[in-house]
Design a protein around this ligand. Structure first.
Ligand SMILES: Nc1nc2c(c(=O)[nH]1)N[C@H]1C(S)=C(S)[C@@H](COP(=O)(O)OP(=O)(O)OC[C@H]3O[C@@H](n4cnc5c(=O)[nH]c(N)nc54)[C@H](O)[C@@H]3O)O[C@H]1N2
Ligand SMILES: Nc1nc2c(c(=O)[nH]1)N[C@H]1C(S)=C(S)[C@@H](COP(=O)(O)OP(=O)(O)OC[C@H]3O[C@@H](n4cnc5c(=O)[nH]c(N)nc54)[C@H](O)[C@@H]3O)O[C@H]1N2
Ligand SMILES: [Mo]
Length: 894
């Protein structure tokens, strides 16, 4: 135990600590004497990143946790554990935890203002919060904003609580720098992103997307290693030579310009290579649909079905006419019009985007773009098939994938969609070797709509329009957005400008921290100062906590009981776990302080506010909860395990019902799961590929993005019908030009920066920071590691660029964008594109009363903007590669 405390000594000596912080000294409950001399091991479930599915063993001696390690016999990590997982012990014994309920006595609020906390009992704290929230609810439930984030991903009751309360205002703090969902929702009907099938892929292009190694994802890194050993060729397009780039071919790109590369790669495939998977395009996309002069599908007058040109009859017929011989390309007469096929229009749209054009923007040589396009097509093995579990699939062992660094720019949605066009040209969607959605697998994942194309899923389903807007995050104006705290903060500060006709009276933080994880922290602070009441379910003294009126301290993750169905997402899918269906449990270690389980807090508040029982109460909302959490991930209570509406349940009872409702149907309940810590069964591998559910031509993917156009058209109509213009921009076309059905080149919002801003800043995740779950940034074990990593918490620039600017390693510098500036220390390296300025992770935020490690290092987020005119209007994504200038600062060289 002493070593744990000693490793925190630096921080304990922090002189900035105010007296009121010492109200809850660093002491924990006396160890239960029965535990002295006892050694035991608990089944853990890691929560030191947003993924939270690594199976662990938590070893205890004398009631103290002495080691956390991976559990060998359990998927998905099979014994491996990343540095964050190993350091979980430090989160438990973190002196900066909020250890008792507290209320503010200083009405002034600010990151560096002492709240003058007063310790109160749980009963007092819960009553204060319940009274305030009830008052707000009685006036107008929309007055409450619940801000969630990766910090608290163990709750099962947050969403049912919000629905029972009746506010639409749930805001995910994680969204604006992570808008990666639209294109996958549209093309795959899936969530959160698309991934490569590393089991069979032979040629993979990754643009600004880590396959796991960046942040040491256990499953992802292992499956990548296997694919590389198998001989998969890996092309990494990245301004920075990442770990995986060092194992493949690194193609440096100028930051924020990947879209130009994608347009040129598609151009090369359309105009130079011209080898397509015609069968896929004809049968499984809307490429053959005929488009009218208004840009919409031309529809049959009687049946209202989109038309295609049929060579057999020489006429336009409904797309689903049996025996038709559809035209993929060309222009055809229809009444007095000439109609073009969607494919022809899309291809025409790419005519000017030659590799030479792209080279001048993204700096990737034209011949490299051509080579990659050729290699991609030749490795696709168009026409080949593969048998998996007796089912014959098309075999397309290539995939091109993007993530937030490509999509988080104005025009980013078009970039993502262009990536889909490239994949669709070789027919690799949802088949072995190809490009797969990473979420729910099953028949409902892709379902044809009336027009024969798949119903969009998740964020590709436009949100409803209301006027005046209901949603404080302005979702009415961004119907396909991800989460929008950056819009909420604008709307809270200037409601009239955004047509909001109510006031935000209360803010409830549940593991979301837009102040540090987003941009323009001062703006968020102003919003917090304006909102009359703020409460935080807090683990440590983070920014939302320091701005709160009441702190409800929660268990650290090792202390939290948790039952969770395994949910494959992002980098977590590995061929080792394709087909895996699993439910996991975390056995809690004894609590150290006067904290509560997050879901017991919700239960208590619901009861005290009067929204626990009866119809539409919390219990009822839990019963109806299937749709609120990603399919298969929620409680999904089934009869006879649904809750009685007027009974108060314990968490263990809820979990028991959750387990019994799950797919085993063999009597497995809480007790059985508690014995093993997990229960898994394996579906056949063929079930992993969504093609399996829709073989042949039963549904089609959009190649021509009619849904995007429809959303833009409907939005414009709604604005006109209410006599308003789009808020926050000078010229509405800036918005509607991004809702066209065919991507075209759009300069991102940094392209107009004055020439003095001559570098583009980039950011990436690291083994020590994938996000700040468990406050890993403040974790001293991880700090020991990152101090030894030359690229952490410094300002990285290319060696030659540094020379030109007369900068050397260790020079103190100031970096400024048009939105903010930060100080840091230079690190030069050839592993960065010459136009790049790189800042890793999420350092340099923090507040005076929190863990001082949070304040160290340069803060990338201070360089970006929340202004609406800088966003991608479809996803509401913020610009992730701000243009910056760097100047030497007076100070000691380090
Ligand atoms: N600089 C930088 N900024 C980024 C990113 C980046 O890579 N670099 N990533 C972006 C992306 S992709 C995303 S998704 C978002 C994520 O954004 P958020 O969802 O806001 O992410 P986190 O920082 O993981 O969690 C939010 C806060 O929860 C608090 N917290 C930690 N553990 C606990 C806990 O156990 N209980 C409670 N109640 N609170 C806890 C911490 O104070 C933390 O700051 O960030 C974005 N911002
Ligand atoms: N186990 C685990 N897995 C996770 C997470 C987790 O917490 N744990 N977090 C998940 C979340 S929320 C997210 S959003 C994803 C993030 O996953 P990624 O987006 O893959 O992660 P990053 O490291 O932010 O970025 C990947 C690469 O983009 C590069 N890059 C930066 N700017 C540019 C650019 O302009 N162009 C190009 N081509 N490249 C650029 C960076 O150098 C970096 O190597 O990971 C998810 N996966
Ligand atoms: Mo993210």
């Amino acid at each position: 135990m002493n070593t744990v405390i000693e490793r925190y000594t630096d921080m304990l000596l922090n002189k900035d600590f105010s007296d009121s912080m010492l109200l809850s000294p660093y002491e924990w409950k006396e160890t239960d004497p029965s535990q002295i001399g006892e050694k035991k091991t608990l089944y853990g479930l890691c929560r030191h990143c947003m993924q939270g599915d690594c199976a662990t063993l938590v070893h205890m001696e004398d009631g103290v946790v002495v080691k956390v390690e991976g559990r060998d016999d359990v998927p998905p990590n099979y014994g491996s554990l990343c540095p964050r997982g190993n350091s979980a012990i430090m989160s438990l014994y973190n002196p900066y935890r909020v250890k008792v309920p507290m209320v503010r006595t200083n009405p002034q609020k600010g990151l560096d203002v002492d709240p003058r906390w007063k310790e109160v009992s749980w009963d007092e704290a819960l009553n204060i919060v319940a009274k305030e929230l009830k008052k707000v609810r009685d006036e107008d439930p929309r007055g409450l904003v619940i801000c969630e984030g990766w910090g608290e991903r163990d709750t099962i009751l947050r969403i049912p609580f919000r629905v029972a309360y009746g506010t639409p205002n749930e805001i995910g703090s994680h969204g604006p720098l992570c808008t990666v969902h639209y294109a996958t929702g549209l093309i795959h009907g899936n969530f959160p992103v698309s991934i490569v099938d590393l089991e069979y892929c032979e040629y993979h292009i990754t643009l600004g997307r880590s396959l796991g190694p960046n942040f040491a994802t256990t499953g992802g890194t292992r499956k990548l290693t296997k694919a590389l050993e198998r001989g998969m060729k890996l092309i990494c397009i990245d301004p920075r030579c990442s770990y995986e780039a060092s194992k493949g071919e690194w193609i440096p790109v100028r930051p924020g310009t990947d879209y130009a590369f994608l347009l040129a790669m598609a151009h090369t495939m359309f105009y130079e290579i011209q080898t397509y998977d015609r069968e896929f395009l004809i049968n499984r996309t809307n490429s053959c649909y005929l488009i009218g002069s208004d840009g919409n599908y031309k529809r049959d007058e009687k049946l209202n079905k989109p038309l295609i040109w049929d060579f057999n009859t020489g006429s336009a017929v409904p797309f689903d006419t049996e025996g038709a011989s559809p035209a993929l390309e060309g222009s055809y007469p229809y009444h007095n019009e000439i109609l073009h096929t969607a494919f022809t229009l899309v291809r025409d749209g790419f005519i000017t985007y030659t590799p030479e054009w792209a080279e001048s923007i993204c700096t990737i040589p034209a011949e490299t773009i051509r080579r990659i396009a050729h290699d991609f097509v030749s490795h696709a093995r168009i026409g080949s098939t593969i048998e998996v579990d007796g089912f014959v699939f098309p075999f397309r062992p290539v995939s091109l994938n993007t993530e937030r660094n490509v999509t988080n720019h104005k025009g980013g949605t078009y970039g993502d969609l262009t990536g889909k066009i490239i994949n669709m040209l070789v027919g690799n969607i949802e088949v072995p070797g190809g490009c797969l959605g990473s979420g729910y697998r099953g028949a409902l994942a892709i379902e044809p709509g009336d027009d024969g194309t798949m119903k969009p899923g998740y964020e590709a389903v436009p949100k409803e329009f209301h006027y005046p807007p209901d949603h404080i995050g302005l979702e009415e104006f961004f119907p396909n957005c991800h989460t929008t705290p950056h819009l909420a903060v604008n709307a809270i500060l200037e409601p009239e400008k955004y047509y909001i006709d109510y006031e935000v009276k209360a803010w409830f933080s549940v593991g979301g921290n837009p102040i540090r994880m987003n941009a323009e922290p001062e703006k968020y602070v102003k919003a917090f100062q304006k909102i009359p009441f703020s409460v935080s379910i807090a683990y440590h003294m983070d920014e939302p906590a320091i701005m709160a009126d009441v702190l409800l301290p929660e268990h650290s993750f090792l202390e939290r009981l948790r039952v969770a169905p395994f949910y494959p997402q992002h980098q977590s899918i590995s061929n080792e776990v394709s087909g895996l269906q699993m439910i996991q449990m975390r056995q809690p270690v004894p609590t150290l302080f006067n904290t509560m389980h997050v879901d017991d807090i919700f239960m208590e508040l619901a009861e005290r506010i009067g929204i626990l029982y009866g119809e539409d109460g919390l219990n009822d909302c839990i019963n109806h909860g299937e749709d609120w959490i990603i399919k298969d991930h929620g409680l999904n209570l089934k009869d006879p395990y649904k809750l009685d509406l007027n009974t108060r349940y314990t968490l263990t009872e809820l979990f028991d019902r959750q387990i019994r409702s799950w797919k085993f149907g063999d009597g497995t309940g809480f007790e059985e799961l508690n014995k093993a810590g997990y229960k898994a069964y394996w579906q056949p591998k063929k079930n992993f590929y969504l093609y399996y559910y829709y073989p042949g031509n039963q549904t089609k993917h959009e190649f021509y993005f009619q849904h995007l156009k429809n959303t833009g058209d409907t939005l414009k109509k709604n604005l006109r019908a209410n006599g308003i213009t789009f808020p926050g921009v000078q010229d509405e076309n800036e918005i509607f030009d991004l809702y066209k059905p065919i991507p075209y080149w759009v300069k991102n919002s940094e392209s107009n920066a004055p020439s003095e801003y001559d570098l583009w800043a980039i950011n990436w995740k690291t083994p020590y920071f994938s996000s700040d779950v468990g406050n890993v940034v403040g974790n001293p074990w991880l700090a020991e590691l990152y101090k030894a990593d030359p690229f952490e918490a410094v300002i990285c620039i290319n060696t030659e660029t540094a020379k030109k600017k007369a900068l050397k390693d260790g020079d103190p510098v100031t970096v400024s964008s048009r939105y903010g500036s930060i100080d840091g220390i230079v690190r030069t390296s050839e592993l960065f594109h010459p136009d790049t300025l790189g800042i890793s992770g999420g350092y340099g935020g923090g507040n005076k009363h929190g863990n001082p490690l949070n304040r160290k290092g340069p803060n990338f987020n201070a360089l970006i903007s929340t202004e609406i005119h800088t966003l991608d209007p479809v996803s509401a994504g913020q610009e992730m590669a701000p243009k910056v200038k760097i100047v030497k600062r007076k100070g000691k060289k380090q």
